[in-house]
Design a protein around this ligand. Sequence first.
Ligand SMILES: [Zn+2]
Length: 281
Amino acid sequence: MAPKRSSWKPPVSTSRVPALVTTSSPMPFTFLRNWKRKRIMKQPFPATWEPHLHGLPFFHQLNGEEQAKLRRMVQVFVAEKDFEGCGGLKIDNSMRVGIAAQACLLILHLDHDWYHRVRTILVYPSSFRSSFSETGPGGVVGPPSSAAHAGEAWLGGEVIFAWDSAFAGGRDGEDGRNPVFHEFAHKLDMLDGYADGTPPLASREQAEAWRAIATQSFHELRQDAEARRRTLLDPYGATSPAEFFAVSTECFFEQGRQLKAEHPSLYDQLRRFYRQDPALR
Ligand SMILES: [Zn+2]
């Protein structure tokens, strides 16, 4: 695949959005897919998978109904996605379940199909170098990126992780840094075909409110980043609206109370989109 690139070039970072490529419409076999999912969800959750859920701090903050739903979503996610080890990594269930559970937390009150374009999850042992080239503002294609990454989300379907970072991000539930939340937030943003920082929203009113508040918050973060002021939100979010949404998502799920206190309007927009209220957990 030879992805086109957005025109901005982020600084050295742990992750980013590599592609703006149109993709095919959702699969037409809805009936068959739903039938398969029902069969999968009727299967008992494997006992050997439980420790991988319980190692994630957020799992203990969910109520019983949410935990049961997350288990079912993890079963479907693991069954439907291809996990491929890279760089000599052998994929095991701790990786499948750990990544699936973190990804599914974002869509716990949305729907499985919000990840329908995610076909393959590539996992490296540790940080990896990207294989695509940068395209500058004039359309000039540069050499392959030399920066090391902990995650990437491709519009065409793939999501890539460094397992050490994905594991550590999941085990620390309060630092506001989580590569899996970050990259899967990009996948939600990309559902309309663009990584522009605006996920699919339920109504025009909600979309207008999101754009107004996200734009203001994004510019405030840019000003803070330029002035080198410490902020709750990772300054990497100041590199583009897409990164702002991904960084805000990490903070929302891991530092909900702080985000609500410092950025109540932004928190409220994320709460409406994700249909979750982490500050109350
Ligand atoms: Zn990113």
